[in-house]
Design a protein around this ligand. Structure first.
Ligand code: OOG
Ligand code: MG
Length: 260
């Protein structure tokens, strides 16, 4: 019998985040941690943050692209929670002194206009519920050493969530072909990687539908005004002091962020 509980896992993960330290995988000590229980840990972690004054502002998808799945060694997408404390305004440097070992990845972001509740949500119905499409960056900061985890570990850890940037100006989804929307990732002015929106589940709206359907199975709807991060288009890159990371999109604009 393991002496781990949902509560203990939440406390351990929050302590690591506060103390800025990584550590071993929970599943090494709690091999019985299955996926449904891992989502219970994730939900309890959100409740703890909400009790501390944070507000739920949306949902993120993770491991929706092959680049991310291959790097992390997990081929199954997941969802996790976004709170207002994770918002990094455009132009503000990544606060390295608050984080453990941050990496950053470019993402296509939706702001929802209408409620979306699975099951049965298709990419077309999902896209029809979107108010605006934005360029985004996600800063991930796993509470596990070297970003080494199993699927239940990373689900419990709210999918490495740390900070995110959403471009101020969005575009209506109509008129955009998001499968073809390209993103050039740059480090200090040099293009190091690229992808199109098709990298995430064939189309970012497929990723949104996936989120709606998997949350729907847990009785949760995606609400109007929510921010939805559809998942890293490329592999993530390490943030370093003074390093400038850029994401140049075909129509969604260009985001730049620097490590402080
Ligand atoms: C897990 C989070 C993955 C994404 O966009 O694929 C993620 C990780 O890579 O640490 O946010
Ligand atoms: Mg991400």
């Amino acid at each position: 019998m393991s002496d781990w509980t949902i509560d203990r896992a939440v406390t351990e993960l929050l302590d690591r985040e506060t103390d800025r330290r990584d550590g071993g995988r929970i599943t090494d000590e709690w091999p019985g941690l299955d996926l449904p229980t891992a989502y219970e840990v994730q939900d309890a972690l959100l409740q703890r943050k909400v009790a501390d004054g944070e507000k739920l502002v949306g949902v993120k998808l993770g491991l929706t692209s092959r680049a991310k799945q291959q790097r992390m060694g997990i081929d199954s997408p997941l969802t996790a929670w976004l709170t207002d404390a994770m918002v990094l305004p455009e132009g503000v440097p990544v606060p390295m002194d608050e984080l453990i070992h941050p990496r950053i990845e470019p993402e296509i972001v939706f702001v929802m206009g209408e409620r979306l509740e699975g099951p049965g949500v298709t990419a077309a119905t999902a896209l029809a519920a979107v108010r605006s499409v934005h360029a985004g960056f996600e800063v991930i900061d796993s509470r596990f050493t070297d970003f080494k985890f199993t699927l239940p570990d990373v689900v419990a850890d709210n999918a490495s969530s740390s900070r995110f940037v959403v471009s101020g100006t969005g575009l209506p989804p109509e008129g955009l072909d998001l499968a073809l929307e390209a993103c050039l990732l740059g480090i200090d002015g040099e293009i190091t990687d690229s992808a199109t929106g098709a990298a995430v589940q064939g189309h970012p709206a497929e990723a949104l539908a996936l989120a709606a359907n998997s949350l729907g199975a847990r009785g949760i709807a995606i609400e109007p005004g929510w921010i939805v991060l559809t998942g890293g288009l490329t592999d993530a890159v390490f943030v370093e002091p003074g390093r400038e990371i850029s994401a140049e999109f075909t129509h969604l604009g260009t985001l730049r962020v620097v490590g402080a």
